[in-house]
Design a protein around this ligand. Sequence first.
Ligand code: CMC
Length: 428
Amino acid sequence: METTAKFIIDGKTYEFPIVTGTEGERAIDISNFRRLTGLVTLDPGYANTGSCKSSITYLNGEKGMLWYRGIPVDQLAEHSTFVETSYLLINGRLPTRPQLNRFSVMLNDNSLVHEDMRAFFTNFPRGAHPMGILSSMINALREFYPELPERSEDEEINLRFARILSKVRTMAAMSYRISRGHKVCYPRHDLSYCANFLNMMFDSPVNPYVIDEELVQALNVFWILHADHEQNCSTAAVRLVGSARVNLYAAISAGICALWGPLHGGANQAVVEMLQNIHDSGGDPAPFIARAKDRNDPFRLMGFGHRIYRTYDPRAVILQKMCSKVLRKVRRKDPLLDIAEKLREIATKDSYFIDHSLYPNVDFYSGIILRAIGIPLNMFTVMFAIGRLPGWISQWKESMDDPDWKLHRPHQVYTGPKEQAYISIDER
Ligand code: CMC
């Protein structure tokens, strides 16, 4: 197999090395391309561009495979917890029992949010989107809990990350309670990360929340499946903003803003809205599928398609199975799941979707599970954000430690007017 790629430009040949990843994926290293040829490459949406080497997450879009630090995500979903998976992503290896205990203690010890921050939450207008609140509050968090010095010991590094993981979860629950005019429910030391979140969301002085281990497990799986997905839009945003050597809180805040979009994390909310629209219009998905196929209609089937996966998203496969389990547990039948299944069945047999390699992605079923747990629609993307935190943190950490790291500053091909003279306002 060739180890270099040749480019012939204006009759001159240039050679560039081909780098090979662990699983044999190959890339042409064009880091010297502009210096040698004077040209830049043009790749809108970076669909063909690798922005970094990374040892965190591997995904194979053709085979529908996803690994964190080499471990298939279905094994983690079956055997691990979100806290253990977070440790794995951040530290590169599964923790020993003492390491996991220490990390869990750190999460518990850092679960409270400074009381002065409550004023911010209460002063957002009612109806403010929780993603907007969360991205602002993460920046505010830094002012209350300043960063550690650049050169810190492992213990301090884990403390810095545990603080963010724990407080963001508390803040998410707080923003929900305050938005409903309810008293904030504080975290409890005796509860696990996921159980604590559910309790902070739903416990009430008049109706104490009964923690159900199956729902806690469902939330663990939901968050494990969202924990990282290599260079997706929000992670690329975290790395790009982080490349200016901004602090971690600001980089994560940028990631949250990117995730909010309906083509990315916001799709989980958009899927349920779409299924509800199908339900309200009589339950037949066919007209929606027809609209999605119509080139003159901007409508897309939400929860379908992915930049990398050309087959089923492995996360959707796990969530699909979990939907029925969770609905059975809460003794609810959700008509939206029936509609989702009907829609999936028609779409996956339709030549448009087959030819375009469009299959259900992670967001297709996740909303049904979140609804069953009792999470309100406008919190769905916040749930995704809490899950993606360990991914953003580990990718940021990797980028900070990367000796080849550079400020992210892409080029462009200018297509505007040629130089022209300024015309004074009276002469225009
Ligand atoms: N419904 C109908 N047509 C679609 C869809 C869809 N959901 N997704 C892509 N297409 C078509 C698109 O119209 C285009 O057709 P043509 O080549 O005939 O013009 C073709 O497929 C390629 O589309 P693209 O937008 O160039 O592809 P992409 O790789 O940039 O898109 C995507 C990836 C996720 C933005 C897109 O599939 C989409 O908009 N899906 C719906 C939103 C969604 O579910 N997002 C969640 C993604 S997974 C979770 C996450 O990463 O956040």
